[in-house]
Design a binder for this molecule. Structure first.
Ligand code: 2DT
Ligand code: MG
Length: 215
């Protein structure tokens, strides 16, 4: 076992296919943690505000064609350009709640089925990023997510593709994942999220070491 480190913030990630409720639940988590005086920041990936993020946004809006490997590496670079700030915030005791992270990077690209862009390759370029203390995976049948409002506006929002993404997510699950039934009432889901997130915040505050992808 590794020796305890200094107190830090927790890294909590929400994952799932498009329209499964990640934004709602990550907002609820941030609000409840704040009401309990936890220092917390809410981020999402891709971060479309950077130059790299703007290129990603162009691609997602279907306008700009891009090589699949180049796009994959843009998403990855978009995380690495935020890496130092993530580490700084965590070390300073701020808990980070992320709406998507490396797991989306792997699941969405691997779902394309491009021969050399398999899950193993996709993971390999994420090595060196901090690992999540908790991945909340919001499980929802792709048909149900597709029926929600707003679906279909961006490049990946096609039912057959979302099914493939869901399959890729299945293969990524490890001991840090909590799979929740995203078809339940938001308040019920939130209670389950809190039950898993609070112990992670407490562990991190006690100096549990921050993991590294993909240990
Ligand atoms: P949002 O709908 O959450 O804005 O995401 N994606 C995301 C990838 O393909 N690779 C990644 O690394 C990340 C973080 C998921 C926009 C789309 O971008 C996909 C949906
Ligand atoms: Mg989306």
């Amino acid at each position: 076992a590794t020796a305890p480190c200094a107190p830090r913030g927790a890294l909590i990630v929400f994952e799932g296919i498009d329209r499964c409720g990640k934004s709602t639940q990550s907002n609820m988590l941030v609000n409840t943690l704040r009401s309990r005086r936890v220092n917390v920041e809410h981020w999402r990936f891709p971060d479309r505000s950077t130059k790299i993020g703007q290129k990603i946004d162009d691609y997602l809006h279907n306008g700009v064609q891009q090589d699949d490997t180049a796009v994959h590496l843009l998403f990855t670079a978009n995380r690495f350009e935020k890496r130092n700030e993530m580490l700084r915030l965590l070390a300073g005791g701020t808990t980070l709640v992320l709406d998507r992270y490396s797991y989306s990077g792997v699941a969405y690209t691997a779902a394309k089925g491009v021969p050399h862009l398999d899950s193993e390759y996709c993971r390999s370029v994420e090595v060196g990023l901090p690992a999540a203390d908790l991945v909340v995976f919001m499980a929802m049948p792709p048909e149900q997510a597709a029926a929600r409002g707003g679906f279909g506006a961006e490049r990946y929002e096609k039912l057959d593709f979302q099914r493939k993404v869901a399959q890729q997510y299945e293969a990524l699950k490890d001991s840090h994942w909590l799979t929740l039934d995203a078809t339940l009432q938001p308040e019920l889901i939130h209670q389950q999220v809190m039950g898993a997130a609070l112990p992670m915040v407490e562990n991190a505050a006690r100096g549990a070491p921050l993991g590294r992808l993909w240990d």
